[in-house]
Design a protein around this ligand. Structure first.
Ligand code: SF4
Ligand code: SF4
Length: 669
């Protein structure tokens, strides 16, 4: 054998280490974001009629106008966008009568200084283009090595973190860049804060930051920690995180697209390789107001009390105090509020139309269901008849959303039982579903697809072909999940008989969804009440009887198959015709200032986590008078979970917890 052949693998590895391949996806041929994605705007000043409607409709106050004189001395209003506030809902594009403001699919918006995210009208008129950083130059061995070993303590503070998750999955695979999510403050040099920050969460952030060794870097996802973002008027919002700790990189978006997070990672690698060692450390607890010291649990001689969450990857942004006797849980006390925004109150300050961009944010894990429950309640009061095509499209969106939510949960359960490979596979599959949702609705996580009376966009011509291809892929993968998890003795031993929820208790505690069906109760709002066009499709309500962690997980896996079957039927039968009711409007359909008659309604749907209802009251204005949401996780997590954890081994706590499929944003609201 020739020496050069022996050396070849070493050369390849060496080249990879020195020149990391700059690809967002792995492998690079994987689907990129679709051309339909609602990303950065482009402004055409020559088309603008200066009506200012875009500024009026914007729910986040992201649009401002500049008064400017042209060469003839005529004064014009020019439109400008602050991307530290924009949530990419596209309401401004919908309303613009002259197509002067349009959304491109460009998602890359990262800055070390928030002010750079303010796009004046000139910058907004330029065609967006991306230059990837060059990371070939290096400055010394230590920066080179440091740029190849970011150890991340990740804190899932809000929705944005759901877009960071694919970086752990097979489709992006951040470990090829030397990035490790290790979740331990004392061993990490990067703090990744994933989204919305409440005053309660801020104390935790300060505590984590203060424990990290130097040099340390802070990367922040999403607009909420910059400006308050979508929740700018919530009393619980921390608006400028850099008032409390230094922030090195702001990653804009709501949530930032996965590729935008990747772009930020490249910029960070480049900066560190060139010798950047982070901003000067400072901590502002506002004279102790945001200090956490008084919350450190005490250890007695009889019991240990430990905290589960809110920063641990196995908890989400949720906290429980566990009282332990040896390895066993004696008592579990949920401590909520880390994600509380006051959604029901915020909705009273937005018009019926503007609320379509708020409702799905109540639970980022399955936003489509919240859209459906909200618009259904509005349609009942407004007396809107939804066209059949729109009802079918809504089912496709809702079932795709259910599949991606169940796949996310399957990955979390796999991680909780030690099967990390399965986590990567399920989350890679979930990415394909999100790609399809984006191709259909123009939004990936927050689709903002439904309006009272119909849907916002029709599907592209080749959507059916793409959908069938991905559905076939997902169906093939189910067999792998059976082989790797459900028929695997280790997974069976970790989940069977664990966290048993008897049928009577499930009914008594108002647990719904797969958690209830896995305990032997055949209730599904899609079947028992029916809404949209669920009566036109054939599907089985999945029921199991054991009521343990295994049964709950298996129920979701079977529901994925049913959802695939439902979507296939709907695609085959999809009727033609309009996609929205016409009568409501000036602007063609339900418009942004429309009022609805006085009245009261309740509308329930079967979300991925169970029964979800919106109760709304209208006094005939353009905004709701009152809103009350009945979310699926409140009873399950805050009432049933503490009972299920009694006498459970501490190692099984994440298994029971994720088998109930929590969404902290839903119960905190
Ligand atoms: S809505 Fe369109 S036309 Fe009106 S001010 Fe905004 S960009 Fe200009
Ligand atoms: S996309 Fe939505 S949040 Fe952004 S500027 Fe337009 S209306 Fe405002």
């Amino acid at each position: 054998m020739r020496v050069s052949n022996i050396l070849k693998p070493f050369k390849t590895v060496g080249k990879f280490l020195v020149e990391k391949p700059l690809t967002f996806h792995f492998p690079p041929e994987s689907p990129v974001f679709t051309e339909r994605f609602r990303g950065r705007h482009i402004y055409h000043p020559e088309l603008c009629i200066e009506c200012k409607l875009c500024g009026i409709v914007c729910p986040n106050n992201a649009i401002e106008f500049l008064l400017e004189k042209d060469k003839k001395g005529l004064v014009h209003f020019r439109t400008q966008v602050d991307y530290a506030k924009c949530c990419f809902c596209g309401l401004c594009e919908d309303i613009c009568p002259s197509k002067a403001l349009e959304m491109t699919n460009f998602p890359f918006l990262v800055a070390m200084d928030k002010k750079e995210l303010y796009y004046d009208w000139k910058k907004l008129s330029e065609n967006p283009s991306l230059t990837l950083p060059s990371i070939k130059e290096k400055k010394g061995l230590i920066p080179w090595a440091r740029a190849r070993s970011f150890w991340i303590v990740n804190f899932f503070t809000g929705c944005c973190f759901i877009e960071a998750i694919p970086w752990v999955a097979s489709s992006f695979d951040m470990e090829r860049f030397g990035l490790l999510a290790i979740a331990s403050p004392r061993h990490s040099d990067v703090l990744l804060i994933g989204g919305y920050v409440t005053s309660k969460t801020l104390k935790r952030i300060i505590r984590i930051y203060s424990q990290m060794p130097n040099p340390k870097f802070v990367l922040v996802l999403g607009n909420c920690p910059m400006t308050g973002g979508t929740y700018w008027d919530s009393y619980n919002t921390i608006k400028e995180l850099d008032k409390y700790i230094p922030v090195d990189l702001w990653i804009a978006g709501c949530p930032p697209r996965v590729e935008n997070i990747g772009y930020a990672i490249f910029l960070a690698i480049e900066a560190v390789q060139h010798g950047y060692t982070g901003k000067k450390e400072y901590i502002n607890t506002e004279h102790g107001k945001y200090s956490l010291l008084h919350l450190i649990p005490k250890i007695s001689r009889d019991y240990n009390i430990i905290e589960f969450g809110p920063q641990h990857p196995a908890s989400g942004n949720f906290n429980m105090l566990l009282k332990l006797e040896g390895e066993y849980v004696v008592e579990a006390t949920p401590n909520i509020g880390y994600l509380h925004r006051g959604f029901e109150k915020l909705m009273e300050y937005r018009t019926w139309y503007q609320n379509i961009m708020l409702v799905q944010r109540v639970c980022v894990l399955d936003g489509a269901s919240y859209e459906l429950a909200y618009v259904g309640a509005v349609e009942k009061i407004a007396g809107l008849e939804v066209p059949k095509r729109a009802k079918y499209l809504r089912i496709i969106q809702a079932e795709l959303s259910r599949i991606q939510s169940h796949l996310l949960n399957l990955g979390l359960l796999a991680a909780a039982t030690g099967f990390d490979t399965v986590t990567r596979i399920t989350w890679g599959g979930r990415d394909k579903v999100l790609y399809l949702l984006e191709y259909m609705t123009r939004g990936r996580i927050y689709q903002i697809y439904n309006i009272p009376g119909g849907v916002r966009y029709d599907i592209p011509l080749d959507f059916k072909d793409k959908a069938f291809e991905i559905l076939k892929y997902l169906e093939r993968r189910l067999k792998d999940y059976d082989d790797l998890l459900f028929n695997n003795q280790v997974f069976i031993d970790r989940t069977k008989g664990v966290g048993k929820l008897p049928k009577e208790i499930a009914i008594e505690l108002d647990v719904t969804g797969p958690n209830m069906r896995a305990s032997g109760v055949a209730f599904d709002v899609r079947k028992n009440v029916s809404y949209e066009a669920y009566g036109d499709v054939d599907f089985k309500v999945q029921v199991l009887h054991e009521g343990d962690a295994y049964a709950r997980t298996l129920c979701r896996r079977r529901e994925i198959k049913e959802s695939i079957h439902i979507i296939e039927q709907v695609l085959d039968k999809l009727p033609g015709g309009p996609i929205a009711e016409k009568k409501m409007s000036k602007g063609g359909y339900f418009s942004f200032m429309s009022s609805i008659p006085a009245g009261e309604s309740i509308h329930c749907v079967e979300s991925a986590r169970g029964e979800l209802c919106f109760h709304i009251v209208s006094t005939g204005e353009s905004k709701p008078y009152r809103v009350k949401i009945r979310g699926p996780t409140f009873d399950t997590i805050l009432v049933a979970l503490p009972k299920l954890l009694k006498s459970v081994q501490v190692a099984d706590v994440p298994v029971v917890y994720w088998s109930l499929d929590n969404c902290p944003a839903d119960h905190d609201r």
